[in-house]
Design a protein around this ligand. Sequence first.
Ligand code: MN
Length: 308
Amino acid sequence: MLEQTLEITPSRQADVAGTAVRRALPRRARRTVGAWCFADHMGPSDRGAEVAIGPHPHIGLQTVTWLVEGEMVHRDSLGSEQVIRAGQLNLMTAGRGISHAEEATGAVRGLHGIQLWVAQPDSTRQAEPAFEHHAELPRVELDAGDATVLIGDFAGQSSTARRDTDHVGVELAIRAGVTTMPLRGDHEHALVVLAGAVGIGAAVVTPGHLAYLGIGRDELALQATEPTRLLLLGGVPFESPVLMWWNFVARTRAEMDTARADWSRASERFGETSSPLERIPAPVPPWTESPGRTEGGVASPGNEEEHG
Ligand code: MN
């Protein structure tokens, strides 16, 4: 049998509006998994009722918000106002530009979830923004647990959520035992454990890590000894390297500079939300701070101001 890829990378600890997050993506050694380019595991926290992220812009990406516990309200510049609860999906497509705010409803104390970004391909990244809420998603029963298909196709079930590239996102809730599932061999995959622990061969993956599984697996067997919840992410390797800075996904620094300037001058590109919170000002990009720096290419990932 061929040796299969398994790279376990620790997440970076970060803070988003007072809530501790574990940033599994991007990491220096692993920038994308399919089109997935950002993953912040939030909580579990009993301060969920305090979360208040004011209006901020995005370009070139989709935000995928998935809660295990708690609830938040999303408000965006398209006029969307949507409460998201555990087991529901919020999918916001930024395209050429959108702004949104996310805050606790105050009704629930706890918060536990994940916010992911999907890089948009060249074919849609300059197009119009959009927002979708999916209260019901397809589920698949597995050997020792079940799967909820957030995006894409998994084990014969398909999510109706918008998808601009060939990628998949699935939540797995497994019990003690072995759970085997089919995978697309032409996808690369990764796991992010939200609670519990999962065994893959001789390795054990716990919260606070990204387990990159590589490409070419037709099947995955997961072992658990306790109730375990995790995200399976996958997709065809992304079409190009992406440039990520603050809340923007682009290809060039010039695009970043223009987006930053447009947000700073309150251009109609990013519209307005109905959030009562204050707009979050854009930080200064590192390439502006040190103009003498010759190191080219990709901005440092995981800027402190980045939050999804
Ligand atoms: Mn955001």
